[in-house]
Design a protein around this ligand. Structure first.
Ligand code: G3H
Ligand code: 13P
Ligand code: ZN
Length: 306
């Protein structure tokens, strides 16, 4: 069943769990995401970045995910991740996306409000939900590189004003995570204090980007079969659970799926040097990704919430 964020997130915020948003750009990732959610009776958000759309083609990716979502035994939301413009949000809605993120977090607050409101107005008529972002994460968002020094934590009062003025369905906040596999140099730390202040003032579902766990067991699996992912570090499960208890209702995960895919392909090729059936190679990777999504569903607490 195809749904939007309003069908699944307010309930998550109210009951203290978060729904995972997982990035896809191909068949196997989508099968692994929806397959894991079905196995654990969880609602799920399938996200595509602009780069994923360029890679797969918007007709291909939207019709594939929508077809699988309609046949799924669980609620599935098709969501644009980090949409950079009104035009790309509109294009996705025209292709059946049930949800979009307009990411104007790098603009001034005034411009962010103006653009987000414009997208919300267009989306509302089409029953599409809109996520927006305030504050800036470090790391890479599409082609935009944001250094640690440029990253800005979300200001709770600004977040309240922003949510009221834009009427967005969900709000992404910056509390110390970053995109990618290298999130922390020292001990992982999130500003749960800031998150709690935001959550007191903002009642809509809050979103945590850059939330991959980058677990050592998976990094070791990649490295064991020839990978070189030294010093990779993500957000530990206990910090994720603290964030969920403090108001996070949607958690974005991409890097963990990429790592699992890489581990799967490397392992299969090394262990089966005579094989060249592409379905077996990426099929093995698909099984690895499904394991990771199932782990995330349990940690985020949205198992059996379909
Ligand atoms: O937010 C970033 C996501 O991991 C998307 O990455 O733009 O390389 O598809 P991408
Ligand atoms: P990770 O890089 O931590 O997986 O974050 C993904 C993300 O925030 C997508 O929007
Ligand atoms: Zn993100």
């Amino acid at each position: 069943m195809l749904v939007n964020l309003n069908d699944i997130l307010p309930r998550a915020r109210k009951h203290g769990y978060a729904v995972g948003a997982f990035n896809t750009s191909n068949l196997e990732l989508t099968q692994a995401i929806i397959g894991a959610a079905e196995a654990l009776k969880a609602p799920v958000i399938v996200a595509t970045s602009e780069k994923a759309i360029t890679y797969a083609g918007i007709e291909n990716i939207s019709s594939m995910v929508m077809g699988m979502a309609k046949r799924a035994r669980i609620p599935v939301c098709l969501h644009l991740d980090h949409g950079a413009s009104y035009e790309v949000c509109r294009e996705c809605m025209k292709h059946g996306y049930t949800s979009v993120m307009i990411d104007a977090s790098h603009m001034s607050l005034k411009e962010n409000v103006r653009l987000t409101r414009k997208v919300v107005r267009y989306a509302r008529k089409r029953n599409v939900s809109v996520e927006a972002e305030i504050g800036r994460l470090a790391g890479i968002e599409d082609d935009l590189q944001v250094s640690k020094a440029e990253a800005v934590y979300t200001d709770p009062d600004e977040a309240k004003k922003f949510a009221e003025e834009t009427e967005c369905a969900a709000l992404a906040v910056a509390i110390g995570t970053s995109h990618g596999a290298y999130k922390f140099k020292g001990k992982p730390k999130l500003r749960i204090d800031i998150l709690k202040d935001i959550a007191r003032l903002v009642r809509i579902p809050l979103v945590l980007h850059g939330a991959s766990g980058v677990k050592p067991a998976w990094i070791n699996r990649v490295n064991k079969f020839g990978g070189k992912l030294a010093h990779a570090r993500g957000v530990p499960d206990d910090l994720i659970m603290q964030a969920v208890r403090s108001g996070i209702a949607k958690i974005n995960t991409d890097t963990d799926l990429r790592i699992a895919f890489t581990a799967g392909v490397r392992e299969y090729l090394i262990k089966n040097p005579k094989d060249f059936d592409s379905r077996k190679i990426v099929g093995h990777a698909r099984d690895m990704i499904k394991q990771v999504v199932e782990d995330r569903i349990e940690v985020f607490g949205f198992i059996n919430q379909a």
